[in-house]
Design a protein around this ligand. Structure first.
Ligand SMILES: NC(=O)c1ccc[n+]([C@@H]2O[C@H](COP(=O)([O-])OP(=O)(O)OC[C@H]3O[C@@H](n4cnc5c(N)ncnc54)[C@H](O)[C@@H]3O)[C@@H](O)[C@H]2O)c1
Length: 316
């Protein structure tokens, strides 16, 4: 199996490559990554000898065509991902998450791929005060990040329908775990607590997110990749919904630090109150989670304590 992982130097991509190496020992793995601020070669240092790496923008159709011409599978994690950044500069999100994806899809339809997996997000459905979205619900993204991801999903479906691309889309809830950039809530709280710096929390931490340990997400992607049906979408949920303030308090508790470190800050514009999806469809394919929130958070805190490079110099 010749498999291309785009965005493999980012948070979820590098974790996915590790799941691949553990579960598919014969796989020939190539990472394509542009190495933005979020993609780091340190993230693949320990596995570099086991994989190929190409520094390239997914929108560079010509280069991508050459790299993926003999591939069996493409899994696309490459994207701009930080909502706050998308509010300040939406253009870079349009470039990677829509035009970049277009370049990758064009190259993909010329290759003889067995499968294309588009990694999407629960944020495309928008906010939900009660109940949970399923895969057939309407998309109602409410910030530039989620709008570009929703556009990406539609673009992928159009390549299935128009060009027969054997693609699926997965939509996951909030991930946490090793290698996540400290711009995101959980690593930010860990890194700041470890260095005794105030932890900024929006809107008194009332916003609710559903949390999944990254390895569980990666195994779900493997399940969808192998067993999913062409053109289908698969939600992947952690089924661990919590207000952000509770997550921060759990982290402080694990580290034995005071809640005095919490600093409430002004909310961001258009902040979705709650995301919630159901995931019966991926469970029917045989996937189930391994990690509860407490265990997952402990493993994550442990990883940041042991990996100084993830803490020093990267505090936002
Ligand atoms: N983090 C989450 O909680 C979460 C939840 C659901 C879905 N997702 C989706 O999973 C994917 C990966 O998210 P992440 O948290 O690992 O992101 P990340 O920001 O940590 O990593 C993104 C990676 O993509 C690379 N990249 C960005 N633009 C590129 C381009 N044009 N060409 C090539 N490489 C490019 C970056 O260099 C980086 O290595 C994204 O598509 C995101 O929308 C993330």
């Amino acid at each position: 199996m010749n498999i291309i992982v785009t965005g493999g130097c980012g948070f979820i991509g590098t974790n996915f490559v590790r799941v691949l190496l553990n579960n598919e020992p014969g796989a020939d793995i190539t990472i394509i990554d542009k190495l933005t601020y979020a993609g780091k070669l340190e993230h693949i240092k320990d596995i570099r000898s086991k994989i190929k790496f190409s520094r390239c923008d997914i929108g560079n159709k010509k280069e991508i065509e050459k790299i993926i011409k003999d591939a069996d599978i493409v899994v696309n994690f490459a994207a701009e991902t930080h909502v706050d950044k998308s509010i300040i500069n939406p253009l870079s999100f349009l470039k990677s998450n829509i035009f970049g994806l277009y370049g990758l899809l064009e190259a993909a339809r010329k290759a003889d791929l067995k499968r294309f997996v588009q990694i999407s997000t629960d944020e495309v459905y928008g906010s939900k005060n009660s109940g949970s979205f399923n895969e057939d619900d309407m998309l109602k993204p409410s910030n530039p990040y989620s709008a570009t991801k929703a556009a990406g999903d539609h673009l992928v479906y159009s390549y299935v329908n128009t060009y027969g691309l054997n693609a699926i889309v997965t939509r996951c809830t909030n991930n946490y775990g090793p290698y996540q950039n400290p711009e995101k809530l959980i690593p930010k709280a860990i890194v700041r607590a470890l260095t005794n710096k105030p932890i900024p929390v929006y809107a008194r931490g009332r916003n609710v997110r559903d949390w999944i340990y990254v390895e569980d997400h990666c195994r779900a992607v493997m399940t969808a990749l192998k067993k999913g049906k062409k053109g289908e979408t698969y939600n992947i949920a952690g089924e661990n919904e919590k207000p952000n303030i509770e997550i921060v308090k759990m982290i402080l508790d694990i580290l034995g630090k005071s809640t005095d470190l919490i600093k409430f800050v002004e909310d961001r514009p258009g902040h979705d109150f709650r995301y919630s999806i159901e995931c019966k469809k991926i469970k029917k394919l045989g996937w189930k989670r391994k990690y509860g929130l407490k265990d997952g958070l402990r493993k994550t805190v442990d990883w940041y304590q042991k990996n100084a490079f993830a803490v020093s110099g990267r505090i936002k």
